[in-house]
Ligand binder design. Structure first.
Ligand SMILES: *Cc1c(COP(=O)(O)O)cnc(C)c1O
Length: 360
């Protein structure tokens, strides 16, 4: 077996101890005589798995008791529709901050359900910064304010929580959740597809403040109805049992690492190392404003794009995988999620320095 260092943006690396544990439980889950995939979601064993995962993620994120924690399907893209369907009581405007490709998709979907007010956009600066909050055109009567704390493609991250006043704050945390401590009480809704920093693709974590559960006035499809799913423990229909179980193993692994304060320290160090190297090189460049650089997704471009192909080929030969930038922006991107060890970043920097020496 030869596992590589995996910098994929998503689906992304999982912690090796989690994969080992899943393998050891694969054929016969703790004496059940069957795998987790093969058992009823309503049986005692799976109910315990589900409850443990919820309780562990509540511990990790210190989720206040009056918030529902849901394990849904449909990814973050499903939530782009679920948020307006659940939170807009009819006719009200919905405020959105536009900081990149995922904001754009969220906005496009919300427009199907009502009037969207883009309060600020960094489009004109090539999505390389966060618009200054003092200039946001907030609507005090908006149904909610939506933003994308980490733009996975552009590598742009908010290092502060926007002040939405009394308007519920909604965040697409797909690529940054669990990377550091979070004050959940500042938010109305937090959602995240699992396949970046939680677990495998197929489950979507949604955290909803209790008073927002019954806010919708129109018909909401059952599958994305927050109140209905909350009152059914996310089991109104068959949940993605395998992905839920594996996410639970990741939560346990995070707790063993010392929780979010401990993993945040490692994450900050990993990102700082890579940006420091890039900034001190004449050969590589990161286009994002320093104050908005992402801990999780670090894009970089080579001085000569004609070398992109050989960079990727040689990186793969050196056991470094998933570095190709998103097709919409080109260049490279190293995703440094929780499961990417610091040794992977060290190996990447060593390879980059060597490649630079041979090609500069
Ligand atoms: C990956 C990603 C999405 C899309 O997630 P799906 O689960 O594929 O729908 C949305 N927003 C952000 C910030 C992402 O990183």
């Amino acid at each position: 077996m030869n596992r590589v260092f995996n910098f994929s943006a998503g689906p992304a690396a999982l912690p090796e101890p989690v994969l080992e544990r899943a393998r050891s439980e694969w054929m016969d889950f703790r004496g059940a005589g069957m795998s987790v995939m093969e058992m009823s979601h309503r049986g005692k064993i799976f109910m315990e798995i589900a409850e443990k995962a919820e309780s562990d993620v509540r511990t990790l994120l210190e989720v206040p008791d009056d918030y529902a924690v849901l394990f849904l399907q449909g990814g973050a893209t499903g939530q782009f529709a679920a948020v307006p369907l659940n939170l807009q009581p009819g006719g009200q405007g919905m405020d959105y901050v536009d900081t990149g490709a995922w904001s754009v998709k969220a906005i496009k979907e919300a427009r199907k359900f009502g009037p969207v007010n883009v309060v600020a956009s960094s489009k004109d600066s090539g999505y390389a910064s966060i618009p200054d909050p003092s200039e946001w055109r907030l609507d005090p009567d908006a149904a909610y304010l939506h933003y994308t704390p980490n733009e996975t493609i552009g590598g742009v991250e908010f290092h502060f929580v926007p002040d939405a006043g009394t308007v519920p704050l909604v965040a697409d945390m797909s690529s940054t959740i669990l990377s550091r401590p979070l004050d959940v009480s500042r938010y109305g809704v937090i959602y995240a597809g699992a396949q970046k920093n939680i677990g495998p693709a197929g489950v979507t974590l949604v955290i909803v403040r209790g008073d927002l559960l019954e806010r919708n006035s129109g018909p909401v499809p059952a599958i994305v109805d927050y109140a209905l799913q909350a009152s059914n423990d996310s089991m109104y229909n068959t949940p993605p049992t395998l992905a839920w179980y594996l996410s639970g193993l990741v939560f346990e692994w995070l707790l063993e690492q010392g929780g979010l304060p401990a993993i945040a320290e490692v994450n900050q160090r990993k990102a700082a190392k890579l940006y420091h190297f890039v900034d001190n090189s004449e050969f590589y460049r990161n286009p994002v404003e320093v104050s908005a650089r992402s801990w999780m997704n670090a894009p970089f471009i080579l001085a000569d794009a004609a070398l992109d192909g050989s960079f990727l080929k040689q990186a793969a030969e050196a056991g470094l995988s998933g570095l190709k930038g998103h097709r919409s922006v080109g260049g490279m991107r190293a995703s440094l999620y929780n499961a990417v060890p610091e040794a992977a970043v060290d190996a990447l920097i060593e390879f980059m320095a060597d490649f630079e020496q041979r090609h500069a």
